[in-house]
Design a protein around this ligand. Sequence first.
Ligand code: UD1
Length: 422
Amino acid sequence: MDKIRIIGGNTLSGRIRVKGAKNAVLPLMAASLLTEEEVILHDVPNLSDIRTMTKVLEHLGAQVSFEGDTLRIKANNINCFEAPYELVSKMRASFWVLGPLVARFHQARVSLPGGCAIGTRPVDRHLYAMEQLGIKIDIEGGYVLASGKPQGNKIYFQIKTVGGTMNALMASVLANGTTEIINAAAEPEVTDLAKCLVKMGANIDGIGTSHLIINGVEKLHGVSHTVIPDRIEAATYAIAAGITGGQLYIENARLDLIENIAFSLNLMGLNISQKNDCLFVKASSNRLKATDIATEEFPGFPTDVQAQIMALMCLAEGTSTVTENIFENRFMHVQELVRMGADIRLQGSRTAIIKGVDQLSGAQVMASDLRASAALVLAGLAAKGETIVNRIYHLDRGYDHMEEKLRSCGANIERIKEKIDE
Ligand code: UD1
């Protein structure tokens, strides 16, 4: 199992390019099942989650090929309608193939994902959406068996769900009649999926809002689509600039996608501005200041940046609070940050109170999930001495060449390859 070793204390300066958003690529790959023609995606990051989705599509019979960061998928020979447990349990987004399989082939057998480190994460809302569309759903041996052709209807999400909205959207584009998705998630990745579906011939109104209206069409066609930039990756590097007191140009990044994060970082003492397709981030010469955040659906503060901003708060002057409203168990990084000298107290399972300390110190820490790993790397960049982040495979799920990008801007960071699993 690979590890990352960091000697903290270097100030970062330079340029880092952000790739297309992982959380947009995964549903776009699932959407390729909606047509027999070729789907070409540009600016695709090199990540283990993308490789897992590739395996899911190949298992179904699709042809998938990479040329650099261009991904080509042709689903003209689908000969199986099953997403197996081995792949869905590895990556929850594999479950997103349910909607497109049902839409085009009127049948699917998809493993239930199960829980994960950040909570139980049920899929009841996905299944409710399918049932609203007239799909028959049975659960058997840990699998969802879905059958029937989708019929347009109203889908009302009581809880906003990103994946549920995507699955419902993909299931309804080829449905008979009109579907309304009410209280839909409006995350930029949902919008990117909807825009790509429209390029493929779908008829969708209300894109970018929480009320989507889909008029089913007979057929979708192929597409060439450049994936929206990864706002979570951009925010992570903005925090890297802040935590090291440095300055970075973050290329292929959009302020409008991270406005809420930029607002909080600004309050803490970071200057962030858009210069063409770059974000310029500069830490002020004064000490960082404490602030409070609460995670919300877009355009609120994203849960996927909660752990990273907490690392920054550990070094800010004063007391910050973080309230996690999206997931029930997303504070696994807290104990690891405490091992590095942070002063964090949990109040119930949803609130963390962070008293800023003058200095963190390097330690051996354990990554528990993707964004928690990023938070530990960020803390390590600022800490005194050596930090070893174990279980780095979590990081490889969502950050393309993170250590190389950070090293090119002055960080003392390296990957230690280990053959034997602990
Ligand atoms: C997606 C993102 C993830 C991000 C999350 C919230 C991908 C691949 N993943 O995950 O990085 O953190 O959005 O922005 O895009 N829920 C239910 N029943 C359901 C579905 C969800 O109760 O059927 C709950 C979840 O447990 C969670 C909340 O709703 O508490 C939001 O989850 P959801 O928006 O669905 O997240 P994902 O799509 O899984």
